[in-house]
Design a protein around this ligand. Sequence first.
Ligand code: G3P
Ligand code: CA
Length: 356
Amino acid sequence: MFFFCDREKKNILFLRIFYFILIFIINLKAFASQEKLIIAHRGASGYLPEHTLASAALAFGMKADFLELDVISTKDGHLIVMHDLTLNATTNVEEIFPERSDINGNYYSMEFKLEEVKRLGVNERSKKRKSTQLFPERFPNKHTFFKVPTLEEIIKLVRGLNKSHGRMMGLYIEIKGFAIHKKFNLNPVEKLFEILDRYDYREVTDPIWIQSFDSEVLKLMRKKYKTKLRLTQLIGENRWNLSKTDFDYLKTSNGLKEIATYANGIGPWMQQVVSGRSITGDLKLTAIVKKAHELNMIVHPYTIRADKLPSYADSFNHLLHIFFNQVKVDGIFTDFPDHVFEFIEKNKKRKNIFKL
Ligand code: G3P
Ligand code: CA
């Protein structure tokens, strides 16, 4: 009897080990064959004002794999989709609420209730002087008939499109300015997880990534909120003064090792991946992608724009060739998901469409 139980236990153990090895191999294969991700940066923002429902729908139509979203909070704790902490550059707030700016002319979103934000029109991003566009060739910024969406409205839109088209576009959400939110007594991280939980985004396999430039925010998400969702550590430059995060350290081998303890990948600035050309004309590639891959982290650099090419690239396709075929990143944040889709499709058909 005892002998039989022992054998049975051994069999169960053997089956368990076999099962885990099988799952490991399947996951490894799935990872190895993973497609390059097209992450629509603030929607199809090369064509329509960023972070609008229209821009998100267009990104879906252009076959983006993920929709990138920046979220901030209103005074009454609602998460809205907006890149800046102020409403100045992308809305007509100065026209609607002329008396509400601070002494520097700033309109912080955290000073406005959702009902007030909803009275604003969204325009194509302006430079400081309101009349000039940051990207002059994009959608005319005189039109303000778009609205600021809430995170929930975007989620409903994306899930609706996923259902009606039978194709999945995931979400790639960034919390902006956590420290400033704290000064306003707001906790956008808690609110984010409350919303995501309500829409069943919980598991590592769910079609969602969370990103932040602030390493403390990501550690908080992993340790305090115990999220299983995939996290990306965005890497900026210390001179940008985004948070207390030391990007010079994060870019080192030790820094990257530390990131790998709480995140699944990194989102470096594109200049941190390709820094230019040497005097002999060779591309200067940094080691950041290789090092991150050695730590089993994915790499999604930002932001690849057809209307803002770096000097080392002759064309947008050339730039994509460098990032996808030479540097071998796993996906990119782009304002032009359609061009990236076309490039990837052509690459699949002919091993390498770009001849150097
Ligand atoms: O989140 C990736 C990229 O969007 C980071 O830069 O300033 O556009 O949020 P930013
Ligand atoms: Ca972002």
